[in-house]
Design a protein around this ligand. Structure first.
Ligand SMILES: *Cc1c(COP(=O)(O)O)cnc(C)c1O
Length: 355
């Protein structure tokens, strides 16, 4: 891939106080852009100064939601090296997401090369403090300038980056989760397994209602029977029930998280009993009532793991593990963050260093 680089003449002041970065609020000096048409394929790969992108009022993305995205981080290790965590998995996932929306995506090699070239240029923006990282947001949107509904002709691939603070500035605190039995996020055959913007649009109402009731997020049930556990907000979910680690199987309506997969692989390698299977809400509530639910946690790039301290279902609340982070949850957090920040050897080959 031939990437042209047009550096900004007005670099921004980098944040002095990394403790107040928050998430996704400030952006680096540049962005990566590349266009696609069926005739030309992907063309004009370029890194340009960060700024607004002109959008035609009839652009497909504005009307028909043609958009898929990814989320991953660049980490700075103690010796100053900058590294990515399993970027090929994100590359493959955006290919799968785009395919479902009938959109093109760059090859795995081009996606990773674009990311690495871009992050190398923005290297000084990768935060130095504990737990902080450079959040990377690659996305593809459909951009035909016509209102007819058809497969998009012109697409744009873009990468932006945002230095983001530690997800847990005050230490890891368990969250309260409401099991949603009205709205659904996705159905099999739909777009649940893709990271598309539309899934998020459809999940806002339930999320908002949960927040108003004092919960952090919703736990989704399947879209047909409202019977099986799916995932939490923008995280996958795992439970330790009577010694067994259970996470919902990937049957098309759940996002195949890179963190989920890493947790499953890590736990299996360490000899834990891990089952990817159907888990009904009745089985989960039974486990709560019989004291067999030992731990519950969400998994995702932003938080790594997020312990669940309370579950609410049909107006009843169930406390999990005395509202404390569980042993397996803590272990996963420690193992994954150690690999990501280069504090532990990369024994599974998950880390991709920038040169
Ligand atoms: C991104 C995302 C996840 C987590 O995926 P990771 O690859 O682990 O970050 C889980 N669920 C949904 C709906 C998501 O969008």
């Amino acid at each position: 891939m031939n990437i042209t680089i047009n550096k900004t003449t007005e670099p921004k002041q980098k944040p002095q106080d990394e403790s107040s970065l928050g998430f996704g609020k400030i952006f680096t000096d540049h962005m990566f852009l590349m266009d696609y048409t069926p005739e030309k394929g992907w063309y004009d790969a370029r890194i340009v100064p960060f700024g607004p992108i002109p959008v035609h009022p009839a652009s497909t993305v504005l009307h028909y939601g043609a958009e898929v995205f990814e989320g991953l981080k660049a980490y700075r290790t103690a010796d100053g090296t900058v590294q990515l965590f399993r970027p090929e998995a994100n590359a493959q996932r955006i290919i799968d997401s785009a395919e479902r929306l009938c959109m093109p995506a760059p090859s795995v090699e081009d996606f990773v090369e674009a990311l690495k070239t871009f992050v190398s240029l923005e290297k000084d923006w990768v935060p130095h403090s504990e737990g902080a990282s450079l959040y990377l947001r690659p996305f593809i949107y459909g951009d035909d300038h016509a209102l007819g509904v058809h497969t998009v002709h012109h697409n744009v691939f873009c990468i932006i980056a945002s230095p983001s603070g530690s997800y847990y500035p005050e230490g890891i605190n368990p969250v309260k989760i409401m099991i949603e039995d009205e709205d659904v996020r996705a159905v099999r055959g739909g777009t649940g397994y893709t990271k598309c913007g539309g899934n998020y649009a459809a999940s806002m109402r339930a999320g908002e209602r949960a927040v108003q009731k004092g919960f952090t997020q919703v736990l989704w049930l399947d879209g047909v029977e409202r019977k099986y556990i799916e995932e939490v907000g923008s995280m996958n979910v795992m439970f330790k029930i009577d010694g067994e680690i259970v996470t919902p199987a990937l049957l098309g309506s759940i996002l195949p998280g890179v963190t989920r997969r890493s947790c499953v692989e890590l736990l299996k390698a360490e000899g834990y009993k891990v089952s990817e299977r159907l888990l009904s809400v009745d089985e989960l509530i039974d486990a709560c009532e019989n004291g067999k639910l030992e731990e519950a946690w969400g998994t995702g790039t932003a938080a790594v793991v997020s312990p669940i301290g309370e579950l609410s279902y049909k107006g009843k609340n169930y406390i999990v593990n005395d509202f404390k982070i569980g042993e397996v949850t803590q272990h996963l957090y420690d193992e994954l963050t150690s690999i990501q920040w280069g504090k532990a050897p990369d024994k599974y080959g998950w880390v991709e260093k920038l040169d």
